[in-house]
Design a protein around this ligand. Structure first.
Ligand SMILES: Cc1cc2nc3c(=O)[nH]c(=O)nc-3n(C[C@H](O)[C@H](O)[C@H](O)COP(=O)(O)O)c2cc1C
Length: 187
């Protein structure tokens, strides 16, 4: 039997998941450092293979650096985000096999961060097309942000106060993506 307080908290969680959208237009309001710390702490608490935590995060607010980060993607909206979070993966601490989990674990932590940002009222957008980015640009970003050579840039997250309220984007229905006992058996 759920108490009213527990039921309200549960509703809060499901509302959060249902209300989150990719936001690509931001107001020019600042995000207080305390809120950024809460987002980072939510990321820090994420699970990881063998608890290896192969992630680090760089909080970018500098306009010139944001322009550099947005350059090859032709996604200029990210320059207007108050913060761009650069998520890094560390193959030297990552688990079994490192090449795979160096990406997976930081992505899990990033989703924690994104949900925390949503809970705090911010809009976010994942920016993740790194494999196809020019090598020279990756080198330049690493140099400007003083990222150690062995770390990988996994994803960027643009974060800001939303200046749009997009409707839900389509999703596959549950029957298409979930089965009972065997692939193909409807739930
Ligand atoms: C791994 C990943 C990479 C993404 N890369 C981009 C991107 O480069 N540019 C962009 O505008 N949106 C990007 N998105 C946002 C998706 O387009 C968006 O999440 C999807 O269309 C569903 O919309 P919703 O988040 O509003 O539900 C990315 C999302 C994820 C999870």
């Amino acid at each position: 039997m759920k108490t009213t307080a527990t039921a309200t908290k549960l509703e809060g969680f499901f509302n959060l998941v249902e209300k989150r959208r990719a936001i690509r237009k931001y107001k020019q309001d600042n995000i207080p450092d305390e809120d950024i710390r809460r987002m980072l702490n939510a990321a820090r608490l994420a699970p990881s293979a063998n608890n290896s935590q192969p992630w680090t995060f760089i909080v970018v607010k500098d306009q010139k650096t944001k322009e550099l980060l947005s350059r090859p993607s032709s996604q200029s909206f990210i320059v207007d985000a108050n913060v761009i979070m650069v998520v890094l993966g560390d193959p030297s601490v990552s688990c079994c096999p490192a090449a795979t989990w160096t990406t997976r674990d930081p992505i899990i932590a990033t989703d924690h961060l994104v949900l925390a940002a949503t809970a705090l009222g911010y809009g976010t957008c994942w920016i993740a097309t790194y494999e196809s980015r020019p090598k020279e640009w990756i080198e330049e970003v690493k140099k400007v942000l003083k990222i150690p050579k062995h770390l990988h840039i996994i994803v960027l997250v643009a974060i800001g106060v939303p200046d749009e309220n997009p409707p839900p984007r389509p999703r596959k229905n549950l029957q298409e993506i979930s089965f009972s006992e065997e692939y193909g058996n409807s739930i």
